[in-house]
Each structure stands twice: as C-alpha cells, then as structure tokens.
Design a protein around this ligand. Structure first.
Ligand code: GDP
Ligand code: MG
Length: 443
C-alpha cells in the first residue's frame, strides 16, 4: 500500500469521528487539525491544505446530512469528497489501437513504465510492442530489450543508430500491422533543455502519438507540479505517470501538485516489477487510503450503540420542558423512528391523551416530514422562540414552505402541546420515572 503513513493517520482520524458520542464543532475542528497535520507530513502544499481544511470545516458545520445519513457518516463523506477533489479529475487510457510516447527527465522511470504499460494493455487483450527511442545511453537499448523479454512483447531497437527519429520510424513500420499498442520509449535529460525539447518535437512529428505520457518520480514531491507544467506547456501531455509511489512519503505532494496542473494522472508505479502498476482513479485511491470499507462497518456498529444514548437524551430533554423547535427539528428522526410521543401519550392522564388523538398519531410520519419543510422556512429567532409566530409570520412561513396556513398552525399546536405535556411530566417524579422505564432506559 502506498502512502502508508498518510493512510493510517487519516484512518485514525475517521475512526475518531465514527466513535464520537457527539459530532460537534469541537470534534470537527480537531479532525480538521489532524487532517492538516497528516497532509502536510505527506508533503501536500500548505495553501492547498489550508483551502481543503477550510472547506471541510465549513461544510461539516453548515451542511445538514441528507436523509438517511447520520452526522458521522456525513462528516466522513465530506472529508472523502474533498480529498478526492484535490486529486483532480480522472482519465482512463482508451482500450484501443494507439501509439503511446513516453516523455520525462532522466531516471524518472520511463523505460520501466514502458514494460508496465505493455503489460496493462496485454491484460486487456491488446497486442503491445516496444520501441527503443532512447539512442543516447547505450544501456537504454539493452534495458528495454530485457524488459520486453520479461513481459513477452515484441521489441524494436537499433543500438548502432544515433538518430532517434529514424529508429522510431523503422519501429513503427515494423509493428504497423502486427501490434495494437505501440509504446515508444525516449531518452531524458537532467533538465528540460532545448535539445530535449527539439528531439521530443521531432519524434512527435514522426510518430503522431495518440498519447503523450509524462513520467515523474513521485519522490520529487511538490516539484512534480512544476515539472508537469513545464512539459505540458511545451508538448501538451495527455497523461501523467507517477512512479516510485512505493518508496516515498512525499507521494501526497506529487499527486496533488501534478493534479493541479490539469493534466490527469493516469497511472501510478508502485515498485520495480511489471506488475507494480495501477490505473489511477482519485475516488478509488482515496477510498482505499481511508479504508472506507472498514470505516463503513465501524460506523454501522457505532450507530447501533448510539441509538440508545440519543434516544435517552431526547427523552430527558423532552421532559425538561425546555425544548425549542431547533430541538424538535434535530430530533425528528428519533421522534418518527421510535415514536416516544405516542408512548408518552399512552401514559398521560385522560385529558391529554384525548387531545393528542386530535393530532392523529397514525399519520405522524408524513406530518413530521411536512413539519421539517415548514421549519426550514422559519428564521432562527422563530425556531428558538415559536411564541413570536403570529398571523403575519404564519402566512410568510406557509408561503415559503409551499403549504397552507393551517399546516403551520398545526405544527405550532403540536409543538406547544408536546412542550406542555413535558412540563407537566417534569413536575411529576413518579410519572417521569415510569416513562423512562417504559422507554427502557432504567432509573
Ligand atoms: N521502487 C520503484 N522503482 C522504480 C519504479 N519505476 C522505476 N523504478 C526504478 O527507477 C530506476 C530508473 O528507471 P528507468 O525506467 O530506467 O528510468 P528512465 O531513465 O526514465 O527510463 C530504475 O532502477 C527502476 O527500477 C517504481 O514505480 N518503483
Ligand atoms: Mg530510460
């Protein structure tokens, strides 16, 4: 697994969320700090880290989880989303007949990646072939030839010829009919210099490659961004291959910096052998890094044990008599899920239970849904103190929620009745004890 350290810190952080009793702003701030630390250690650019953490914090504090998602899951998804975002878009090389040309500085992993890409396409059922376009280093010819033998694909090279364009042209002629994916290796330089640029341009002209892949050693960290940019500006690369992801803690820097350039990362190299190679897909990469599978089952467990606690809290708060529409909104799922109100109603002296029947408990589910919509049209002030909601406000709220005035009044009636019932209960110790027992929280 690449980026082990980053992965394990991030997984630790997500577990913190999954196991938290409350997902509150304190936890979110702590989580964001953890993520910042982990990303900086993986060499991700400071500005990018700050932007990302601001986004995570803002979304986690402001967005309400979509229906059916808990707060914990929601925050974890936000973290996942934003991490995927910094890795840029994804692109997959098409599985078809094509010419691929490798570019990049010296020692980045071009020749090794030729063999890996050949293996990748071979597995997809296509017939790859390799051409040794690096005519400057004598060893380069031998190296590619050996790789071709290892991965069992045809090879063309001419170790006497010093003209790269001629070698490449001859190779293309040779493989024109017999191969589907022709991969052209080229030589690198220590820097992107004029003679390298000229040679690349000459080979492009002669080859007309479908893909121009840039190979970068991930150990350069954030420098991957400036390398990618320089190459992209001169030769318009179609994809980036980040190699040696296995041997560096700076992979996070290389990945995010390369992604920022806008040329998609298509593969990552994770070792010296032909099989140590992966198609790069940001979403898949992040979900594996975060161990989303594990997190998911952890969340499920946490949800189960949490249900009891939340329900108890709701019941206690309801009985304290001090609950606002905000509380009611927050607890809607709870109310509709386990229906403590109907249980409460059963215990109430005749007068109350009669009244609560007016509200028609059978239809609670639908009503709660409508109540939620209505509450979304209320101001914070109204949510905190519903007693200020008079006729004109009722009209405005109903209009905003697309319901009738009577629906708003019904919500207020439901709220007031609940509140009054709870007040009554809170003054009666015996009844309170009884209720808790009935709700199965003991005490
Ligand atoms: N660990 C590791 N080593 C790699 C990877 N890709 C290439 N290498 C090694 O990096 C060195 C340079 O690779 P090479 O393909 O010759 O680079 P080129 O000069 O760009 O063609 C070689 O020793 C390769 O075995 C990788 O993904 N992981
Ligand atoms: Mg080479």
């Amino acid at each position: 697994m690449v980026l082990d350290d980053l992965g394990s810190s991030l997984r630790g952080t997500l577990k913190k969320i999954a196991n938290a009793v409350h997902v509150d702003s304190k936890l979110i701030k702590e989580v964001v700090r953890d993520i910042q630390r982990a990303l900086l250690q993986a060499d991700v650019n400071v500005k990018l880290v700050l932007d990302l953490s601001k986004k995570i914090e803002k979304r986690a504090l402001q967005e309400k989880p979509p229906a059916g998602m808990s707060n914990r899951e929601h925050v974890i998804h936000i973290v996942y989303d934003e991490l995927v975002n910094i890795l840029g878009g994804s692109r997959e090389l098409p599985i078809k007949k094509q010419i691929i040309m490798m570019t990049g500085l010296y020692g980045q992993g071009k020749t090794t990646s030729c063999g890996k890409i050949a293996t990748y396409f071979k597995k997809k059922g296509l017939r790859p072939a390799l051409i040794a376009g690096d005519v400057h280093r004598p060893a380069a010819y031998e190296q590619l030839k050996q790789i071709a033998e290892q991965v069992k694909v045809p090879f063309y090279g001419d170790n006497k010829e010093k003209n790269a364009v001629k070698v490449v042209k001859d190779g293309l002629n040779k493989f024109k009919r017999s191969s589907d994916v022709i991969i052209v290796d080229t030589s690198g330089r220590h820097k992107l210099e004029d003679d390298l640029i000229q040679e690349m341009k000459d080979i492009f002209k002669a080859t007309k490659p479908d893909e121009k892949l840039l190979v970068i050693d991930a150990a350069v960290g954030q420098q991957a961004g400036s390398q990618a940019k320089a190459f992209n500006d001169t030769v318009n690369i179609t994809g980036i291959v980040l190699t040696k992801m296995d041997g560096t803690a700076k992979g996070g820097g290389a990945l995010s910096a390369a992604a920022e350039v806008g040329a998609p990362i298509v593969f990552i190299g994770t070792g010296e052998h032909a099989g140590d190679f992966e198609k790069f897909d940001p979403a898949r990469f992040i979900s594996r890094l975060l161990g989303m599978g594990d997190i998911k089952s952890l969340l499920e467990k946490a949800e189960e044990s949490m249900k009891g606690k939340d329900a108890e809290k709701t019941a206690r708060r309801l009985m304290s008599g001090k609950f606002t529409l905000h509380d009611m909104y927050d607890q809607m799922d709870m109310l509709s899920g386990m229906g403590p109100l109907s249980k409460v109603a059963e215990m109430l002296p005749g007068g109350f239970s009669g009244k609560i029947k007016d509200i028609d408990m059978d239809d609670t589910q639908n009503k709660l849904q409508r109540f939620r919509v209505i509450m979304n049209s209320m101001t914070d002030e109204e949510m905190n103190d519903p007693s200020i909601i008079r006729a004109s406000r009722v009209k405005r709220i109903a209009h905003g929620a697309g319901v009738e005035n009577r629906n708003v009044k019904e919500l207020l009636k439901y709220y007031n009745m609940t509140k009054r019932m709870m007040k009554g209960l809170s003054g009666n110790r015996k009844m309170r004890k009884n209720l808790m027992k009935q709700l199965q929280f003991g005490k």
